[in-house]
Design a protein around this ligand. Structure first.
Ligand code: 5GP
Length: 183
């Protein structure tokens, strides 16, 4: 049976289902717990795409004495990166002396990740780590290496589980890949 879907006129095929996602979220959560047990981590969720991953990950990590904050960056239009990273919403919280874990949906070129590491690193956290749901290793323009990765994937265009196509499809519980994506 063809389980492909059409979003805004583009065709997408099933790529990672909710069981696979849950298993890798669990693994990443145990790595974070191992590294930060006994500390008071501050999780910074990068809006909008990481909201679903962050909600699942933070619950799995299960450190009650932790907090959550949000930032918003944007670099994509449609299915392409613009190469220019814009901060749309900054951080009000004081992160000096905190053990910070940034939670992102995808590291693609790595430009957004590098900008965030630079912005947040300048605010003197005790430690700064980076967790991502997806890592498009071959698309890197920066050599940025995340501390925690749920899935390493090729340079395809992905939607679902928080990730959008021009605002749509974030609700999908599974992840889909664009058929015929020409990078
Ligand atoms: P980078 O700065 O690493 O090139 O891009 C990171 C951001 O681009 C991600 O946080 C995400 O918002 C967006 N992005 C990169 N690849 C994809 C993709 O395959 N699908 C979607 N929906 N967004 C993507």
């Amino acid at each position: 049976m063809d389980k492909s879907i059409t979003v805004n006129g583009l065709r997408f095929s099933p790529y990672l289902d909710r069981e696979q996602i849950a298993a890798e979220v669990k693994r990443v959560a145990s790595e974070i717990r191992r590294d930060l047990e006994g500390r008071r981590p501050l999780f910074i969720c990068v809006l909008t795409g990481a909201f679903m991953f962050a909600a699942d990950l933070i619950r799995e990590v299960g450190i009650t004495d932790s907090s959550v904050a949000f930032v918003r960056y944007s670099s994509y239009e449609g299915t392409q990166t613009t190469g220019e990273v814009k901060q749309l919403m900054g951080l009000k919280e004081d992160i000096e002396g905190r053990d910070v874990v940034i939670i992102e949906d995808i590291v693609d070129t790595g430009l957004t990740a590098c900008k965030m590491m630079e912005d947040l690193g300048a605010r003197k956290p005790a430690s700064l780590r980076f967790a991502t749901l997806l890592h498009k290793k071959e698309s890197s323009r920066t050599g940025f290496v995340p501390d925690y990765v749920a899935f390493t994937i090729p340079s395809d265009f992905i939607i679902g589980y928080g990730l959008d196509l021009d605002g749509s499809a974030r609700n999908l519980p599974d992840i889909y890949v664009h058929e015929d994506y020409d990078n």
